[in-house]
Structures are given as structure tokens and as C-alpha cells.
Ligand binder design. Structure first.
Ligand SMILES: Nc1ncnc2c1ncn2[C@@H]1O[C@H](COP(=O)(O)OP(=O)(O)OP(=O)(O)O)[C@@H](O)[C@H]1O
Length: 244
């Protein structure tokens, strides 16, 4: 479980995130929505320990990201990962390297790479050097890398960016499998179809504060019933599937 309590972050005079609390439970996909500049990436950076909050706490399965970073971070897979890919290495070599760093035994590692390659439809990429990989190809390797240590929590910032239809489908199947296996998944997206297809629970933020939370259906019904669809669309940052 990912838990953030009363997170705040300011850049100069700009309040990017203010007193934001959220819980991402095991066995569920939680969507983080909001318009451009609403504070989603800043929130995610604080959750994975890449950026220190001015105030507030983050725990991953009870371990503080800032006080017990090693224990917390090994329990969280992150996409995209700030570390990037080694372009002189093949996709497989990248996965082996990160798996070894996390202490995955060799036989488990090769089985895991084979399964991830199958699930993410990226078998043809394994033997290629990642130099020159397209955006979509890099996303696939990044997701496989985030899962190489089989962490119980996963956080993805707009993961379907750059993916074609088949790869998007493979990603959705993959995330649903991981959810059903009990992982806690936090996903930011601007794609409403993705929210409807994947998210058990949705958190909407605007101007760095929590504005609404509930199931995707509940929130869409509320928007339609309130005749405030335009306001709602600007709040969630997408209208795909909502205005139909
Ligand atoms: N390092 C930084 N320095 C200054 N301002 C920043 C920094 N990072 C983010 N901001 C500002 O904080 C606010 C929140 O940005 P953030 O990237 O978290 O939004 P977002 O919801 O992820 O947006 P998008 O949907 O466009 O990706 C924005 O106004 C942004 O310009």
C-alpha cells in the first residue's frame, strides 16, 4: 500500500501541491487525474522519493520513503524511472543489470524476463541495444524494469504515451493481471478510456489539492447529472468518453 499524508510542495511562490493525502490500496488500480500543471507529477516525484516535500509523509507498505528509503524504494516500481536506460546494452542486458542490483537470483531473473517480454509483447526487443528505441519501445522496457524485482507496489506516470493500440492493450491486460495478483497500482493518465477500463478508484486533483474521489462511474454520473460537464472536463483534464 502507498500512503501519502498532508503532502505540500512549493516552487518559489507557486503552491504546486497543498496538504494532499491519498491511499493506494493493494489489489486495486487508483487513477490520479487532473489538468496540466495540477500537481500530478510533483505528487508522484514525492511518492517515489525523487523530490522532498516541504511538509507531509509518504510510506510504502509502512516504510517511510524519506527515513527508510532503501526499504521503501525496493517495494515500489516506478515508470518512468529517472535512471534511464543504458543505451549500449540490449534490453535484456538492462533488465538483467537492474534485476541483479535488486538481488534477483539468476534463474528467477531469466524466467521473469521471459514472462515480462511475453506479457508486454516485447520479445523482439530483448536482443536489441536500446539506443534508438522509439518512445513506445522505451516505455515497454521501462515497465519491465520497474517490475523486475516483483515489487508489491507500482506507480506509472502516463504509461500509455507513445504506445500503439496492440501495445496499449497488452499494457492494460498486464496491469489488470498485476492488480489481481494483489499489487497496489497508482496510475496518472489523461486518457478517459484508460480510467474506465482500468481504475477501481479515481482521485482528481486541481491546483495541487484534492477535488474529488470515487469510482470512475460515480464521478462521470455526478458530472452528467450536475450539468457541469464542461467544468468537470476541465477539472479532470480529459473529455474522451465523457462527452459522448
Ligand atoms: N521543478 C520545478 N520548478 C518550478 N516549478 C515547477 C517544478 N516542477 C513543477 N513545477 C510547477 O508545479 C506545477 C505542477 O506541475 P506538475 O508537473 O506536477 O503538473 P502535472 O499535473 O503533472 O501536469 P501535466 O499534466 O502537464 O504533466 C506546475 O505549475 C509546474 O509548472
Amino acid at each position: 500500500m502507498i500512503e501519502a499524508a498532508a503532502l505540500s510542495k512549493q516552487f518559489g511562490g507557486l503552491k504546486a501541491v497543498t496538504a494532499l493525502s491519498l491511499k493506494v490500496p493493494n489489489g486495486k488500480i487508483t487513477g490520479l487525474l487532473g489538468p496540466n500543471g495540477s500537481g500530478k507529477s510533483t505528487t508522484m516525484r514525492m511518492i517515489c522519493g525523487l523530490m522532498a516535500p516541504d511538509k507531509g509523509t509518504v510510506t510504502i507498505d509502512g516504510f517511510s520513503v524519506f527515513k527508510q528509503p532503501l526499504k521503501a524504494k525496493q517495494r515500489l516500481g516506478v515508470v518512468p524511472d529517472s535512471r534511464g536506460l543504458y543505451t549500449r546494452l540490449t534490453a535484456r542486458e538492462n533488465l538483467v543489470y537492474y534485476g541483479q542490483l535488486q538481488g534477483v537470483p539468476a534463474h528467477t531473473l531469466s524466467q521473469r524476463i521471459a514472462k515480462l517480454a511475453e506479457d508486454l509483447d516485447m520479445g523482439d526487443l530483448l536482443a536489441r541495444r536500446t539506443e534508438g528505441f522509439s518512445q513506445g519501445q522505451r516505455v515497454k522496457v521501462a515497465i519491465a524494469r520497474a517490475m523486475i524485482g516483483d515489487p508489491p507496489n507500482l506507480m506509472l506516470d502516463e504509461p500509455s504515451n507513445g504506445l500503439d493500440v496492440m501495445s496499449t492493450r497488452a499494457l492494460r491486460r498486464f496491469l489488470l493481471q498485476k492488480r489481481d495478483a494483489g499489487k497496489a497500482i497508482l496510475l496518472s493518465t489523461h486518457v478517459m478510456q484508460e480510467v474506465v477500463a482500468l481504475c477501481d478508484h479515481v482521485i482528481i486533483i486541481a491546483d495541487g489539492t484534492l477535488r474529488a474521489a470515487g469510482s470512475a462511474e460515480q464521478l462521470m454520473d455526478q458530472a452528467r447529472a450536475s450539468s457541469l460537464e464542461e467544468a468537470f472536463v476541465s477539472l479532470i483534464g480529459t473529455d474522451e468518453g465523457l462527452m459522448a
